[in-house]
Design a protein around this ligand. Structure first.
Ligand code: CA
Length: 229
């Protein structure tokens, strides 16, 4: 079963972005834009993890988190709090909010995804696999190791993240812009041609001799990792 993540965030573009990236990694996602609605929903269903914005209409993230800790059904529910830069950050640090982790806005999506995976690995080890295995290519997220048909593949950190991103949803076609957001993050300005350069390096590293190239260039669209190599 795919881990369920509830995103409680009233900034619609951010909620959409998080949903998109979480679904691309195989999570089941529910987004809610109000604190009071989220409180009601969490009485009906308890996800594996909550991403909770501090400032919400209806009921603040802090108050919602405090209430969750008072109910046996949700007292151990992993909560990652999103906070704005500034004094709130210090208050979050100083205050016992009941959140398990917090991330300061603006954050990079890959950073938040890594925190989500790390937390689920701790709290619910069965729910998240640290190993991706597609068509003879095995990527171990924790050990940061890649092999192809048992042969070690040496990758730089960017190529590793790129491969991890593409292997997360085999067969799915990503535009260069989506690859940039997913691998480099939204806050960093990188030219789309940079994606092509790193795809080139990644191909060089994983393909040997007559091995089939698992990375497909989709003309006018972007890149995709084939399900079978
Ligand atoms: Ca907000």
């Amino acid at each position: 079963m795919n881990p369920k993540v509830m995103v409680i965030e009233d900034e619609e573009p951010l909620a959409v972005l998080l949903r998109y990236n979480l679904e691309a990694e195989g999570f089941e996602v529910e987004t809610i834009g109000r604190g009071d609605d989220a409180e009601l929903r969490l009485r009906e269903t308890v996800p594996d993890l909550v991403v909770l914005d501090w400032m919400l209409p209806g009921l603040s993230g802090i108050e919602l988190c405090r209430r969750l800790r008072l109910r046996p059904e949700t007292e151990r529910l992993p909560v990652i709090m999103l906070t704005a830069r500034g004094e709130e950050t210090d208050r979050v640090r100083g205050l016992s909010t009941g959140a398990d982790d917090y991330v300061v806005k603006p954050f990079s999506v890959p950073e938040l995804m890594a925190r989500i995976r790390a937390m689920l690995r701790r709290t619910n080890p069965g729910s998240i696999s640290s190993v991706l295995d597609v068509g003879g290519i095995v990527l171990d997220r924790q050990a940061h190791r890649v092999t192809r048909n048992g042969r070690p593949v040496r990758l730089g950190p960017t190529e590793f993240r790129l491969l991890e991103f593409l292997m997360g949803s085999p067969g799915r076609v990503y535009s260069r812009e989506q690859v940039l957001d997913g691998v480099w993050g939204q806050d960093i300005y990188v030219d789309e041609r940079t994606v092509d350069v790193h795809i080139g390096r990644l191909r060089k590293a994983i393909n040997r001799g007559r091995e089939r190239d698992p990375i497909r260039t989709v003309r006018g669209a972007g890149y995709s990792f084939d399900k079978e190599s």
